[in-house]
Write a protein that binds this ligand. Sequence first.
Ligand SMILES: [Zn+2]
Length: 269
Amino acid sequence: MATKKTKTKETPIDKRETFVSLGKNFADSADSVSEKLDILYQLQSTDTAIDRLVRLRGELPLEVQTLEKELEQIDGKMANINAAIDEHMSSIARNKAAIVDGEATLEKYRAQENQIQNSREYDAINKEIENQDLLIQIAKKRIDEAKVTINALKERLEITSEKRNIIAEDLAAKQADLETIIASTAKEEEVLLAKRKSCTALIDERTMVAYDRIRESNSNHLAVVGIYHANACGGCMHIIPPQRLVEIKSGKKVVICEYCGRILVNKEQ
Ligand SMILES: [Zn+2]
């Protein structure tokens, strides 16, 4: 804390500190006001760049996660279709075996039929033959039905598989993007964090508390802003009175926006 003033050493830091309450301390500082404003602006720019990196990374992991979930669901759907196909295949196998058995039984009955002595026995065996024949017909019908169902399921499987390929491709691309961003931003972030550290080392604790508080309380995370469109606050867009504009441009005075409490510096925004 190179710039910590003897005057503020004994005063406990107020967490509700604003730039307005710090304005006087600024003016009392041994460092020139313009130098301090410049460091604060550098800190703000660095923090804005860090925020951007975090945001950039913040969206991709969510997209990757969503795609992974979709892929998982589609895999479950495909597993269900495959299980249904397997079930119908074994039903076909069972019915085929039933037909083989049925035909063997039929042959046995027909052989018996040739040795029949009376009409009562003949009627009985004929009834058995009829029944067996019917069972074989039912088994054949079931096989045909199963084949139709399997074809429909295979069609569904193909459509689902195409969808899966699209999602998998999308996922692979997004994963690659994320890896690239992480790899590239890691270096950038390291540089920015080092820059941030060198800035904060030059700013006194009280000012840092106010800076952090104002940054956290705003959705755009801006505590130090430039001049927007030549005459408005870069933080809240309110018009700056001409007298204050002159003060900002001089760079010799700490000017706080009356509306949002942010520090205004002589930069175009
Ligand atoms: Zn403002």
